[in-house]
Design a protein around this ligand. Structure first.
Ligand code: CP
Ligand code: NVA
Length: 327
């Protein structure tokens, strides 16, 4: 399997075999790290990280993974660089491509990261756009693989805002890997029709299935994985909270949802999560709307079925694999 020189912009660009290879490579690099085996094979290389939106996991994963691989990192904050205001993405791409071996980009439209890849001449990794969050996919699939020993045939249920980066990416990934994907949410939050049609086509070849339902009891019945994400994503205006809460509150992951799934089911979330009042936004929402928990209850988040911190750790191992494979 040779992915050298390829960008990692969205899962649609990769075959099931290539995705499986990245999951396996992540597991291999994770095992090496646990055993204390040095793997700084990319010594002498330099990467740039551009973050137009905030991050904890993705930024730290890229930095730690790069250091483990022997690489140097430059963190670029748009407010402290020329990006966007004085220099176009096309020009930025051509400058950074002359200096760096690879570039990570987190920001708004998918078009921006695609343009960066087109003009930089080096691998570009999508660290999250409005439409897709591909590096998260490899971590999530590695986590499911670790818990169940396989991916094919897993019933994967996503509750909440399924038409944004997480819902879109998970549906594509499940389709590619022969899993049974369910978007269980208010119909206004189903993934984009065109993407659903694409995934249905992929599913025919892989043995996957795609289901969209508003019924929580039917949707989550016999589920292996219950997954959710924040109801309002980075970059969305504050005003949307009110409608979002109204539309999505019946799709909150609570113990009743977990009890309706298989006994062996796991709970996953890309994080950060609003499961208590220990955040500024959590507190503001409580004061305005009276909610103490949002997309997931604290009981489920802290419960024995929750694997969210294994998932967060796997971000680092999988981002390392993505860089290792493409550089
Ligand atoms: N899951 C995720 O991408 O986390 P960050 O926003 O902290 O990078
Ligand atoms: N949908 C979320 C994902 C965060 C990892 C967002 O875009 O804010």
């Amino acid at each position: 399997m040779n992915l050298k020189g390829r960008s990692f912009l969205k899962l649609k660009d990769f075959t099931p075999e290539e995705i499986t290879y990245l999951i396996e490579l992540s597991a291999e690099l994770k095992a090496k790290k646990k055993k204390g085996i040095v793997h700084d094979d990319l010594r002498g290389k330099n990467i740039a990280l551009i973050f137009e939106k905030t991050s904890t996991r993705t930024r730290c994963s890229f930095e730690v993974a790069a250091h483990d691989l022997g690489m140097q990192v430059t963190y670029l904050e748009p407010s402290a660089s020329q990006i966007g205001k004085k220099e176009s993405i096309k020009d930025t791409a051509r400058v950074l491509g002359r200096m760096y071996d690879g570039i990570e980009y987190r920001g708004f439209g998918q078009k921006i990261v695609e343009e960066l890849a087109e003009y930089s001449g080096v691998p570009v990794w999508n660290g999250l756009t409005n439409e897709f969050h591909p590096t998260q996919m490899i971590a999530d699939m590695l986590t499911i693989q670790e818990k169940f020993g396989h991916l094919k045939g897993i019933k994967f249920v996503f509750l909440g805002d399924a038409r944004y980066n997480m819902g879109n990416s998970l549906m594509v990934t499940c389709a590619k890997l022969g899993m049974d994907f369910v978007a269980c949410t208010n119909k206004n939050y189903f993934p984009d029709r065109e993407l659903v049609t694409y995934c249905e086509g992929v599913a025919k070849e892989t043995g996957a299935s795609i289901t969209l339902t508003e019924d929580v009891e039917i949707g989550t019945k016999h589920a292996d994985v219950i997954y959710t994400d924040v109801w309002v994503s980075m970059g969305e205006p504050e005003e949307v909270w009110e409608n979002r809460i109204r539309d999505l509150k019946s799709y909150q992951v609570n113990q009743k949802v977990m009890d309706n799934a298989k006994e062996t089911a796991i709970f996953m979330h890309c994080l950060p999560a609003f499961h208590d009042l220990e955040t500024v936004i959590g507190q503001q929402i409580y004061e305005k709307f009276g909610l103490t928990e949002m997309e997931v209850t604290n009981q489920v988040f802290e419960g024995v079925q929750s694997v969210v911190f294994d998932e967060a750790e796997n971000r680092m191992h999988s981002i390392k694999a993505i860089m290792y494979a493409t550089l």
